[in-house]
Design a protein around this ligand. Structure first.
Ligand code: FAD
Length: 361
C-alpha cells in the first residue's frame, strides 16, 4: 500500500515525536489548504522508542522538567528527583494520542530512494511512503558498536552489549567484565556490583566522573548558553565524561568502584590483562557505544556521519529535503537528549516549512 505525504518521519522515538509535535502545532495555525500532511513510521510495535529497552534500574539524569518533550511535561514523582526511565514509554504513548500524531508502528523502513522530487521509503509488508521531505529520526539503539578485540571469536562465554542488559539479577553468581568508560559502562558496573560473583569494570582510559553536583540539566543549561552565544566561564564547564548519578556515587563511595585498564585479548575462557594475568569470565558486557542507525539510507550513499548544513544542522548538505534528528551534536546541540530533541525539532520544522513554502511557489 502506498501513502503520499508532504513529510515522512522515520522513527517515532523522542526525536520523531518532537518533530511530529511541531508539525501538528504548525497545522493548527495554517489555513487548511496550506496544512502539511505528515506521517511517522516506526519499526517498534509500541510507543517509547529505545526507552522500551532501558534496564530496570535506569534513572533519567535530569529532573522531569528537563526530561520532557515539547508541550507536555513528564509528570514529576513526589519525593523523586530523577524518574525511572521505564516511565517514558507510557509518557510517549500519551503524547502520541494527545497530539494525534499519525504513527504507524511495527513497520521497518528497509530502503529509501530519491524518486524525482520526492522520497520513496520502502517498508515491510508492502507498505511504502512517498514524501517531499524526509526526517530521519531512527536513533542509535539499532546500531550498537562492538570494538574488535583479538580473540573475541574464540571466547566461549557470553559477549553482550549495553542493548542486551536488563537487570543485575540476570547475572547472579556470574563472573562479569564490563567494558566502557561512559555513562552506560559506569551505571551497569555499579548495578552489578552486589550481584555478580566477580566484577571488573575496564576502560581504555581512566574513567572521568563529573563533579557530584552536576546533572544532565546543568549540562543542558550550559549547552543553551553556548547556543545563545553567551559567555561561559571555563570554571563552569565540568571536566568528565560520566555523570555521577546516585548509583555510581554509591558504588564509588560504598564499594570503591574503580576501573582497570582494558584487557588486551580474549582466550577461550576469559580475558588477558595488560600485565599478563588472566581472569576466567562468564560474561563480557560491551558498553562501547552506538552509531546512527542509517542502514535503510544506504541507497543514498551518504558520508559518515552525514554532512549537514552549518546553519540548520539537521538538514543534509548532500540531499536537501533530508533532515536528521536526535543522533548527537552533529545534528543539533544536545539533540540526543529528551529536552534537546525538542529544540532541535523546532529548528528542523521551521526549515521544513520554509522548504515546503518555497517548493509550492
Ligand atoms: P530512539 O529512541 O532509538 O527512537 C528511534 C526509533 O526509530 C525507534 O523506535 C526505532 O525502532 C525506530 N527505527 C529505527 N530504524 C528504523 C527504520 N529503518 N524504520 C522504522 N523505524 C526505525 N537522554 C536524556 O535526555 N536523559 C537521560 O537520562 C538519558 N539517559 C540515557 C541512558 C542511556 C543508557 C542511553 C543509551 C541514552 C540516554 N539518553 C538520555 C540519551 C537519549 O535520550 C536516548 O538515546 C534516546 O532514546 C534517543 O531518542 P531517539 O528518538 O533519537 O531514538
Amino acid at each position: 500500500m502506498q501513502h503520499d505525504v508532504d513529510v515522512l518521519i522515520i522513527g517515532a522515538g523522542q526525536a520523531g515525536l518532537a518533530a511530529g509535535y511541531y508539525l501538528h502545532r504548525a497545522n493548527r495555525d495554517l489555513a487548511p489548504a496550506r496544512q502539511v500532511s505528515f506521517a511517522l513510521v516506526d519499526a517498534r510495535d509500541e510507543p517509547g522508542g529505545a526507552w522500551q529497552d532501558a534496564w530496570d534500574s535506569l534513572r533519567l539524569f535530569s529532573p522531569s522538567d528537563t526530561s520532557s518533550l515539547p508541550g507536555r511535561q513528564l509528570a514529576p514523582e513526589p519525593g523523586v528527583t530523577y524518574r525511572l526511565a521505564s516511565v517514558l514509554p507510557e509518557y510517549f504513548r500519551d503524547y502520541e494520542a494527545r497530539y494525534e500524531l499519525p504513527v504507524t508502528h511495527g513497520i521497518r523502513i528497509r530502503s529509501v530512494f530519491r524518486d524525482g522530487k520526492r522520497w520513496l521509503a520502502l517498508g515491510e509488508d508492502g507498505q511504502q511512503w512517498t514524501a517531499r521531505i524526509l526526517i530521519n529520526a531512527t536513533g542509535v539503539w539499532d546500531a550498537p558498536v562492538i570494538p574488535q578485540i583479538p580473540g573475541a571469536d574464540t571466547f566461549s562465554g557470553e559477549l553482550l552489549h549495553t542493548v542486551d542488559y536488563r537487570r543485575a539479577s540476570d547475572f547472579t553468581g556470574k563472573r562479569v567484565v564490563v567494558v566502557g568508560g561512559g555513562n552506560s559502562g559506569a551505571q551497569i558496573a555499579a548495578d552489578l556490583l552486589e550481584t555478580a560473583a566477580s566484577l571488573d569494570w575496564t576502560t581504555r582510559r581512566p574513567p572521568r566522573l563529573m563533579p557530584d553536583h552536576i546533572d544532565g540539566a546543568d549540562l543542558f543549561r550550559l549547552t543553551s548558553l553556548r547556543v545563545a552565544g553567551k559567555p561561559i566561564s571555563p570554571d563552569d564547564v565540568p571536566v568528565g565524561d560520566i555523570i555521577a548519578v546516585e548509583s555510581v556515587r554509591r558504588a564509588r563511595d560504598k564499594h570503591g568502584l574503580t576501573a582497570r585498564e582494558l584487557f588486551t585479548h580474549f582466550d577461550d575462557r576469559g580475558v588477558i590483562w595488560p600485565d599478563g594475568s588472566r581472569s576466567d569470565v562468564d560474561t563480557v558486557i560491551m558498553c562501547t557505544g552506538f552509531a546512527p542507525a542509517l542502514a535503510h539510507l544506504a541507497p543514498l550513499g551518504l558520508a559518515h556521519p552525514p554532512a549537514v548544513d552549518d546553519i540548520e544542522p539537521s538538514q543534509s548538505r548532500e540531499h536537501p529535503g533530508l533532515f536528521f534528528l536526535g543522533y548527537g551534536d552533529w545534528c543539533g546541540p544536545a539533540s540526543a537528549t529528551i529536552i534537546g530533541a525538542g529544540r532541535a525539532a523546532k529548528g528542523c520544522i521551521a526549515s521544513v516549512l520554509d522548504y515546503l513554502a518555497e517548493a509550492r511557489r
